[in-house]
Design a protein around this ligand. Structure first.
Ligand SMILES: Cc1cc2nc3c(=O)[nH]c(=O)nc-3n(C[C@H](O)[C@H](O)[C@H](O)COP(=O)(O)OP(=O)(O)OC[C@H]3O[C@@H](n4cnc5c(N)ncnc54)[C@H](O)[C@@H]3O)c2cc1C
Length: 614
C-alpha cells in the first residue's frame, strides 16, 4: 500500500480504554519506521490507567510519530472501569473527561511537537445523553474549544450523506468564532466492502444511509462482487462531489479501509487521488489502519526495538508532520511536511496501471489483495489484514451502557444469563454482548438445535449449519458471484462450565469427525490438533479457483478467545464492581471455557447436533 497508493499519512486506531495499547503502538511503529509512512496515532483518554497516556505519547515521540488524533473514547465510568489494584490517582478520568482535556494536556507537555487532530461529526455526535438526537450544532461549542486548545486539523466521522457534509463544512467555515476558517477538515469515507458490513458499520457509527444509495445497493445485494462495484461508483461520486467544493487549501480524504485495499485502490485511481512526482495540486489520501487482533510482531521486531532506542538521533522520518507548521491561523495549509522537513526522499512511484493491477491481485505486491474478495469477519483467513473484528475500536459491547442495561438487565444467577441467550435465539432479544445483531436467517435454520444446547447451560455464540452444494444465489445460504455453488461444514461455539468441558473433552477426543479448539480466561488452551486448518465455508464458481472465505484454525481461535473473554469483562463493567451482577459476571468469566466444535462430515451434517445432544 505504501508503494502503490502513496497515502499522505496513515492513521492507527486505539482501543477505547487503552485495550489495544500494545498492538496500536506496535502497528504504529511498523507504519512509521518500517514502511516509512507518515503516521497519525489515535489516542483516547478516558477509562484507563492514566500512565498509559504518558507512555503512549512518550513512545510516539521516540518512534518519531508527530501526529496524534486526540479523542475522548467512551464516556468516563470510573466505578466500573477501575482495574484491580488501580488507585484512584491512577484513574485517567480524574484528569480527562473530554477530548479537549487531552488536547490541552498534549500541548502543555509537548508544546508544538505534536500535530494534533480532533474528531468532528457531520451528522452530530451520538452520545448516551442524547442518542436519539444527533445534531452537529450541539457539538459546535466543544469543537471550538478543541480548536482553541490547540487542534491543528479536524477528521470527520464516516458519512454517506454528502448533503449533511456540505452543510457541516459550510457551517464551520462561516462560524462566527473564525476558529474553522482555515482549519483543514478531512472528510471520513468508508469504501463499501459488503452489504452486511455496510449496514453494520453505519448502524454502529450512526451514519445515515441516504435512500438513493441504499436503493442502488439493495438492487445488487445478493451479488458480493456487484455490491463492491456499485460501492466504488458511489464513493467515486462522493469524492468528486467534495472535490468540486471550493476549499481553503488542498483537500485530503480519510478512507476507513477496514484493512482492505482493493476498493480504496479503485476509488483513489478513479478520482485521481494518487500523487504523481510531487503533490502539485492534487488531492490526497489518508488511510486508517486498525490493529488486527492477531497482530504478530514481525520477525525483526527485536531489531526494531533495538533501533527504537537509537531512533531519536538517527531517524530521518521523525520530522514528519501532517501540517508543516502547526497554526490555526495560516491560510494555506499543506497536509504534509515537505520532503526536506520529512527527511525522507520519495521512492520510485508506481504507475496507475500497476496500482490497479496490484489491487486485482497481480504481482508479488498484489498477492494478498485477493483476500478482500469476500471479507468474512473473524473466521476469515487469519493471514488476511481484514481478519478479526473490523468495525470497532477494540473489544466492545457495540452498544452504550444505557442500551446494554436495557437489553440485558441485572443478571444475578446463571439462569438469568441462560434466559438472555434463549431469548436471543427465539428472536425476542435484539443483541447479546457477543453478537450485536439478531439471529441471521441462516442461523434460524438450526435455532432448535441451539436452543437444546442452551437448555443445558451451554451458551452458544457462533454457529453454522451444514450446506452441501447450494446455489450461490440462494437467499439464505448463498454468497459470492451468481454462477456457483456453496458448501459448509457445520460448527458451533459455546461457553460451558469448566467441569462440563472436561467431561465433554473426553468425548470430543474420541470422535473422528470432530475437530475442536477450546480455551479459558486464564489462557489454558486445548485442541484436537493445534495444526489443523479447517475450511468451513467454500464455494466453486465458473472460471475461478475454489474460494475459501472462512477458515478456523488455532491462530484465529486464539485471537477470538482473547476477545471473547474481554467481552465478558466489558459486560461486567457496566455494573459497579461490588454489585451482584458485577460479581456474577466476574466469577462466570473465570469459570467457563469457550469451545468451538467443527464437524467434518458436512454430508451428514446433523451428526454434530446428535453428538452434542447425547
Ligand atoms: C475520525 C474518528 C476516529 C476515531 N477513532 C477512535 C479510536 O481510535 N478509538 C476509540 O476508542 N474511539 C475512536 N473514535 C470514537 C470517539 O472516541 C467517540 O466518538 C467518542 O464518543 C467521542 O470522542 P470525541 O473525541 O469526539 O469526544 P469529545 O470531543 O469530548 O466529545 C464527546 C461528546 O461530548 C460533548 N462535549 C464535549 N465537550 C463537552 C463539554 N465540555 N461539556 C459538555 N459536552 C461536551 C460533544 O459535543 C460530544 O457530544 C473516533 C471517532 C472519529 C470521528
Amino acid at each position: 500500500m505504501s508503494q502503490a497508493l502513496r497515502p499522505l499519512f496513515v492513521t492507527v486506531t486505539w482501543g477505547a480504554g487503552g485495550s489495544t495499547a500494545t498492538k496500536s503502538l506496535e502497528l504504529a511503529e511498523i507504519c512509521q519506521r518500517q514502511l516509512g509512512l507518515t503516521t497519525c496515532l489515535h489516542l483516547t483518554c478516558t477509562n484507563m490507567n492514566r500512565a498509559l497516556i504518558d507512555e503512549a505519547l512518550e513512545q510516539a515521540k521516540v518512534l518519531g510519530i508527530r501526529n496524534i488524533l486526540a479523542l475522548r473514547g467512551d464516556a468516563p465510568r470510573s466505578e466500573e472501569y477501575r482495574d484491580e489494584g488501580q488507585t484512584p490517582e491512577q484513574d485517567s478520568n480524574r484528569d480527562f473527561t473530554w477530548a479537549v482535556d487531552l488536547v490541552r494536556y498534549i500541548r502543555k507537555q509537548y508544546g508544538d511537537y505534536f500535530c494534533i487532530g480532533v474528531a468532528a461529526y457531520p451528522e452530530g455526535h451520538s452520545d448516551e445523553s442524547h442518542p436519539e438526537h444527533q445534531d452537529p450544532t450541539r457539538d459546535l461549542p466543544s469543537l471550538v474549544e478543541k480548536t482553541k486548545a490547540g487542534a491543528d486539523f479536524l477528521m470527520t466521522q464516516l458519512f454517506f450523506d454528502v448533503k449533511a457534509y456540505d452543510k457541516f463544512e459550510t457551517m464551520l467555515r462561516n462560524h462566527e468564532s473564525g476558529a474553522f476558517k482555515t482549519m483543514p477538515i478531512i472528510p471520513g469515507l468508508m469504501p463499501i466492502q459488503s452489504y452486511k458490513i455496510l449496514l453494520r458499520t453505519t448502524k454502529l457509527s450512526h451514519a445515515r444511509l441516504p435512500s438513493d444509495i441504499l436503493a442502488r445497493l439493495d438492487a445488487v445485494k445478493s451479488d458480493d462482487e456487484l455490491v463492491k462495484q456499485v460501492g466504488v461508483q458511489i464513493l467515486d461520486e462522493m469524492v468528486e462531489h467534495i472535490k468540486s467544493r471550493p476549499d481553503v487549501g488542498k483537500r485530503g480524504f480519510h478512507f476507513y479501509t477496514l484493512n482492505l485495499e482493493k476498493a480504496v485502490s479503485h476509488i483513489v485511481e478513479d478520482c485521481n487521488l494518487i500523487p504523481q512526482e510531487n503533490m502539485g495540486d492534487e488531492d490526497g489520501v489518508i488511510v486508517e489502519t486498525t490493529p488486527a487482533i492477531n497482530l504478530e510482531p514481525p520477525q525483526n521486531m527485536l531489531l526494531a526495538r533495538e533501533r527504537r532506542r537509537r531512533s531519536s538521533v538517527t531517524s530521518g522520518t521523525r520530522n514528519r508532520v501532517i501540517i508543516s507548521h502547526p497554526s490555526a491561523t495560516k491560510s494555506n495549509h499543506s497536509y504534509e511536511a515537505t520532503e526536506e522537513e520529512a527527511g525522507v526522499l520519495r521512492g520510485p512511484i508506481n504507475t496507475r496501471a500497476s496500482t490497479l493491477a496490484i489491487s486485482e491481485g497481480e504481482g508479488s505486491l498484489g498477492r494478498e489483495a485477493t483476500w478482500d474478495d469476500f471479507p468474512n469477519g473473524r473466521w476469515g483467513d487469519a493471514r488476511s489484514p481484514a481478519f478479526g473484528e473490523i468495525d470497532g475500536y477494540g473489544p466492545t459491547l457495540h452498544v452504550s451502557t444505557t442500551q446494554a442495561l436495557k437489553l440485558w438487565g441485572h443478571p444475578v444467577d446463571k439462569a438469568d444469563i441462560s434466559a438472555l441467550f434463549r431469548k436471543h435465539l427465539k428472536g425476542e432479544l435484539e443483541a447479546l454482548p457477543w453478537s450485536e445483531q439478531g439471529l441471521s436467517p441462516e442461523t434460524s435454520t438450526i435455532a432448535k438445535q441451539l436452543l437444546a444446547l442452551n437448555a443445558k447451560g451451554w451458551w452458544t455464540v457462533a454457529s453454522q449449519p451444514a450446506v452441501n452444494g447450494v446455489r450461490s444465489t440462494d437467499p439464505v445460504f448463498g454468497w459470492g458471484p451468481k454462477n456457483g455453488y456453496v458448501f459448509q461444514k457445520p460448527f458451533v461455539e459455546f461457553f460451558l462450565p469448566a467441569a462440563e468441558f472436561h467431561a465433554l473433552k473426553t468425548r470430543l477426543d474420541a470422535h473422528d469427525q470432530v475437530t475442536y479448539f477450546a480455551g479459558n480466561a486464564n489462557g489454558d488452551f486445548e485442541a484436537s490438533s493445534e495444526e489443523s486448518v479447517n475450511p468451513v465455508t467454500w464455494g466453486t464458481f465458473a472460471g475461478k479457483e475454489i474460494v475459501t472465505p472462512t477458515i478456523i484454525e488455532a491462530v484465529s481461535f486464539r485471537s477470538w478467545l482473547e476477545e471473547a473473554f474481554s467481552i465478558w469483562r466489558e459486560w461486567q463493567r457496566i455494573y459497579p464492581t461490588k454489585s451482584a451482577s458485577g460479581k456474577l459476571l466476574g466469577q462466570t468469566r473465570q469459570d467457563v471455557w469457550l469451545v468451538n466444535v467443527i464437524w467434518g462430515d458436512f454430508v451428514q451434517g446433523d451428526g454434530l447436533w446428535e453428538f452434542l445432544g447425547a
